[in-house]
Design a protein around this ligand. Sequence first.
Ligand SMILES: NC(=O)C1=CN([C@@H]2O[C@H](COP(=O)(O)OP(=O)(O)OC[C@H]3O[C@@H](n4cnc5c(N)ncnc54)[C@H](OP(=O)(O)O)[C@@H]3O)[C@@H](O)[C@H]2O)C=CC1
Ligand SMILES: CC(C)(CO)C(=O)C(=O)O
Length: 329
Amino acid sequence: MHFTVLGAGAMGLRYGVLLQEAGNQVDFVDTWQANVDRIHQQGGVYVSRDHANRHLVPVKVVLPEDYHDDPDVWVVFTKQMQLADFLTRTAHAFNQNQYVLTCMNGMGHVEKLLNYFQPEKLLAGTALVATVLNGPGDVDFIGARGAGTMNLANYTEQPDDMTHRIVAELEKCQFHPNLTTNFRGTLLAKVVFNSVVNTLCTLFEITMGEFAAYPGADDLSRQLINEAYDVCERDGVTMLNTRAEELDSVNYVSKVANPLHYPSMYQDMSHNRPTEVDYINGYLVKLGRKYHYDAKTHAFLTHLVHLAETTRQANAAQTAAAPTQEASA
Ligand SMILES: NC(=O)C1=CN([C@@H]2O[C@H](COP(=O)(O)OP(=O)(O)OC[C@H]3O[C@@H](n4cnc5c(N)ncnc54)[C@H](OP(=O)(O)O)[C@@H]3O)[C@@H](O)[C@H]2O)C=CC1
Ligand SMILES: CC(C)(CO)C(=O)C(=O)O
């Protein structure tokens, strides 16, 4: 099968490299010039697993304007706030026959993808797969091969033959795809998960294992899960898990699967980049308002993350503007 990955960052590279190793034709398209340049200079991307065995994997990557092929499936892994620009710049290569698969965190991407792809060809899901981009052209796959899991569903909730072929390719990569026929329930399960783990780990600059080891972690998680479920149920969503199962999932993924991982939101915050909080906790707040429900804790956390982003960005700007000791001497 021919896959083209839109977004050659942490997750895009993980999916693309493994799909390529499984025997597929894989291309990458990225808007980050330094990443594209570095991959060209190196002749590929450096891949490590759990910080070890760093090796070069040849991959093909181009800027959107230079991409003119016609893949069977687009695999989309950008940050939520980057997606509109990626899509506008790559639109010339999209057509009505192509499928699109995405496992981005948060909510907001589906509507944007539907502007370019047929609803019956859109598959979205979630990935409990931790990955870190060390810098341009250098990615670290966290966790043993096959340790991650993912869920996915068709937008129409009606799997066709191509859906099963895509699932089979993901299975070869050991992503353990679980195909559901509950689109929003599947996506929102991960939004709830991320609204707890990504947000709290980011605010406290801790790993998932450190969060889960705090004796009060279950109380914090329960409060956020309950509020999120109150919102989702008002929206008529049939959640994939019960509230208790969602808490178990937070604990399992944080304690067993990825205890040493700093979630992707932390990776953005620690580099003074904007985070996806508006698409995660912020999304739940907005959805709640539609039903006159005040998701107070999620609103509070959304503000805290923005306060931290603003403070960090202001400090970074101040440091950059300050004369160096040498220059001022
Ligand atoms: N990483 C993970 O473990 C998981 C991520 N996801 C989701 O997948 C989607 C894609 O996320 P992910 O693959 O993590 O993100 P990416 O690795 O794609 O983010 C990379 C972007 O960050 C910016 N960036 C700038 N400098 C650096 C640098 N030195 N190192 C790294 N990035 C830099 C660039 O954007 P710019 O130039 O605009 O700043 C670049 O395009 C998101 O929705 C995310 O929530 C889902 C599951 C797990
Ligand atoms: C790996 C995982 C599941 C941790 O929350 C994730 O989604 C992220 O880092 O953004």
